[in-house]
Design a protein around this ligand. Structure first.
Ligand SMILES: Nc1ncnc2c1ncn2[C@@H]1O[C@H](COP(=O)(O)OP(=O)(O)OP(=O)(O)O)[C@@H](O)[C@H]1O
Ligand SMILES: [Mg+2]
Length: 216
């Protein structure tokens, strides 16, 4: 930035086990989104190694990384990032069209099941504009789940929602984690930190605290 070099992340050494539920916290600019983007192979580190689900992300072909993003991780964002003028069902089906190895699965059936899982069976044919914020986030979660990822990465998923709706989304995350999905959630929300079992605290690009809680 100008003449100054900013290390978005540095000297971060971290291991997250399969099935963990981790909250990532820290002030604005501390590197939380950068961490998520690296784990999700949306960004590449200048140095260091990153192994996710047995795949070392450094030096992979772009096709391998595209498959990884499509099949291994599911993304959930603060602003939902749904396609407008496109039904919930079509939004959820979308990642299936990019999945090259799925062969003859029934995309509609798979997407309907995911919408059912997030409690939106009765809203499948609605567009995002016809859905509440909480419902839109559920569609986004269903979309994140449709390729049956091992890891769900959520960057401030409750940041645009009111308290009651946030609690519903957190309940849904808990159900996913109970099913064995690894959850990594960036949050400023103490409620999220409360329900997760491990809190990572970042400051100025460094991991400054890593606290695990006993299973509730
Ligand atoms: N593409 C980029 N180019 C240059 N600097 C960047 C870029 N993306 C992020 N940064 C810088 O890296 C640092 C970490 O940013 P990051 O977005 O990871 O923070 P964050 O913890 O997610 O913050 P917030 O809570 O505001 O979302 C910041 O200083 C930011 O300005
Ligand atoms: Mg961020």
């Amino acid at each position: 930035m100008g003449g100054e070099v900013i290390h978005a992340l540095r000297d971060v050494s971290l291991k997250i086990n399969k099935g963990e539920y981790v909250a990532v916290m820290g002030p604005s600019g501390s590197g939380k989104s950068t961490l998520m983007n690296l784990i999700g192979a949306l960004d590449v580190p200048t140095s260091g190694d990153l192994v996710v689900n047995g795949l070392n992300l450094s030096g992979q072909e772009s096709d391998t990384l595209a498959d990884f993003r499509n099949l291994t991780v599911g993304f959930v964002f603060q602003q939902f990032n749904l396609l407008s003028r496109t039904s919930a069902l079509e939004n959820v089906k979308l990642p299936l069209f990019y999945a090259r190895h799925l062969g003859s699965i029934n995309a509609g059936e798979r997407a309907r099941k995911c919408l059912q899982q997030v409690g939106l069976s009765d809203r499948m044919h609605h567009d995002p504009t016809q859905l509440s914020g909480g419902q839109q986030q559920r569609v986004a979660i269903a979309r994140a789940l449709v390729n049956q990822p091992s890891v769900v990465l959520a960057d401030e998923p409750t940041g645009a929602l009111d308290t009651k709706t946030s609690v519903e989304i957190l309940d849904l995350f808990q159900q996913l984690n109970d099913k064995g999905i690894t959850l990594i959630v960036v949050t400023h929300d103490p409620e999220v930190a409360e329900v997760s079992r491990r809190n990572l605290l970042f400051r100025d690009g460094r991991l400054v605290d890593d606290v695990s809680m006993a299973r509730r």
